[in-house]
Unconditional design. Sequence first.
Length: 66
Amino acid sequence: MTISINGNKYYRTAEACATAGISKNTFLRWVREGVYKDILHRDRRGWRLFTEEDLKRLKEEANKTS
C-alpha cells in the first residue's frame, strides 16, 4: 500500500521489492553488500520509504544480467 506524505507518494520495502520482482531478503543483501545504495527516506519507525525514483533504480538493478 503506497502512502502519501506532504503530497509525495512512497512505497514500503515489501511493496517496492514485489514490484521489482525480488525478495526483501535480496534487497537487504544488496544494501549490505553495497550493490544498491540504501534508501534516504524513512518514516518515524525507521522503515524505508521508496520514492518513484528509488523504485525505478531498484527495478533497473533487478533487471541487470550478470
